[in-house]
Design a protein around this ligand. Structure first.
Ligand SMILES: C[S@@+](CC[C@H](N)C(=O)[O-])C[C@H]1O[C@@H](n2cnc3c(N)ncnc32)[C@H](O)[C@@H]1O
Length: 403
């Protein structure tokens, strides 16, 4: 058997960097927007099953027409991912140069892992170094979704959905669940829509909002819409989600913006992940299931003991997965964990005897440079979270069976 060439994060990053350079150097157009249109055109080309390479042997003037034709086709096939009538602003020579970069990669291959890596580069770059935008590796997402296991008809949300990885995998594993994504970054949302469309999934339920903004008790007349408002415009009977899956931003001091609105922020200096934790619990229905990626210190450091007590009072934590240090490389080597549990119908202080599964991952599916590591058969990513899945499922059955 031919050993598969390990996916190198750097390969996709250098393709993304090259696109960015070509677009910025020659056109002065919005590099994110033009790169996104180009990627959509390439996706449409691959979806058509075209044998020839993208824009191969096209004269410069024909390249512009061909990209615009592909954009029209993509707009019809995948509604909502492009502005109506979107056309490329790049010139023929620029398109041909970009195509020579894109022809080295197949975007629809390998569960979109390469497309995801290019988008991650673009979103992080467009955010101009703002920290905490790193996407969760897809093998981690796939396993966490399998642990929480959405069922038909359940409402699933990611309130910081980024490129929509959790949404896409929830739908891949249970196409009959109803999936909702929210993010405040319009670029991340556009990426999420393209990723969902590329796997032929519904894109309309991905919306822009500051998910940390909470409903006010006494509503001011011109107050901005909050997540619950957006949900009720779609589903008037909305009362909460059955499943929350998320990797919220870790960094970013929240200043005084939310200090009064969040219990966990009162009297403490906190970052956004703490607020997201409180908000996720609030968004869940009683007995709803939660999986949230958090910085490692939240489960170990003395300073966060008050947060752990707060959480255990409200959530029956079934498992904590310690992710390996390579998980978010090459972007960061920060250690993170996934906290998984089920919301209690009412807070309780009687949780001391409850068992929690602690699983420390020793094979995180990447090497120290952040390249995906494949198992000996060359096809599957080499990670050990898969061993935790049946254990977490069993813990859920015990907790929810006893509910
Ligand atoms: C670490 S990324 C995670 C992305 C995604 N969960 C994934 O794993 O691919 C965090 C996302 O949270 C979004 N975000 C940050 N603050 C937010 C807020 N107040 N409301 C909604 N989204 C927010 C960022 O734009 C970013 O896309």
């Amino acid at each position: 058997m031919t050993r598969r060439h390990g996916f190198r994060h750097g390969d996709w990053e250098s393709a993304a960097l090259r696109l960015d350079e070509i677009i910025c150097a020659h056109s002065g157009e919005d590099a994110f927007e033009e790169a996104l249109k180009l990627l959509v055109a390439k996706l449409a080309h691959e979806r058509d099953g075209a044998r020839a390479a993208f824009l191969a042997r096209q004269r410069d003037d024909r390249a512009v027409c061909e990209v615009n034709r592909l954009l029209r086709a993509a707009g019809e096939r995948w509604r909502g991912i492009l502005e109506p009538g979107a056309t490329t602003c790049l010139s023929g020579p620029e398109l041909v140069r970009c195509a020579s970069v894109l022809n080295r990669v197949r975007l629809l291959a390998d569960d979109l892992v390469g497309l995801d890596a290019i988008f991650e580069f673009m979103v992080t770059r467009a955010a101009k170094g703002q920290k905490g935008q790193y996407f969760t590796p897809r093998h981690v997402i796939a396993e966490v979704v399998a642990m929480v296991k959405p069922t038909p008809g359940e409402r699933v949300v990611d309130p910081a959905c980024g490129s929509g990885g959790f949404l896409r995998h929830a739908l891949l594993q249970e196409p009959r669940c109803s999936v909702w994504g929210f993010d405040q970054d319009p670029r991340a949302l556009r990426v999420a829509r393209v990723m969902l469309a590329a796997s032929d999934q519904e894109t309309a339920r991905v919306m822009r909002v500051d998910s940390l903004r909470r409903p006010e008790r006494r509503r001011r007349p011109k107050a901005a819409a909050v997540l619950e408002d957006l949900m009720r415009t779609q589903e008037p009977s909305f009362r909460g989600f059955d499943v929350v899956l998320t990797n919220p931003p870790f960094a970013g001091d929240v200043g005084s913006d939310y200090a009064d609105a969040y219990e966990l922020a009162r009297g403490h200096r906190v970052e956004r992940d703490v607020l997201f934790l409180e908000r996720c619990v609030e968004l869940l229905k009683p007995h709803g299931r939660l999986a949230i990626v958090l910085p490692h210190n939240k489960v170990g450091a003395e300073q966060w003991a008050y947060l752990r007590s707060w959480l255990l009072e409200r959530v029956a934590v079934v498992a904590v997965l310690g992710l390996g240090r390579n998980t978010f490389r090459p972007h960061t080597s920060q250690k993170a964990c996934v906290v998984i549990g089920s919301k209690r119908p009412k807070p309780t202080r009687h949780f001391r005897d409850e068992e929690i599964l602690f699983f420390i991952s020793e094979r995180d599916g990447k090497d120290h440079r952040g390249r995906l590591a494949y198992a000996a058969n060359g096809t599957a990513i080499d990670h050990d979270l898969v061993q935790a899945t049946p254990l977490v499922r069993r813990r859920f059955e015990l907790v929810q069976g006893g509910a």
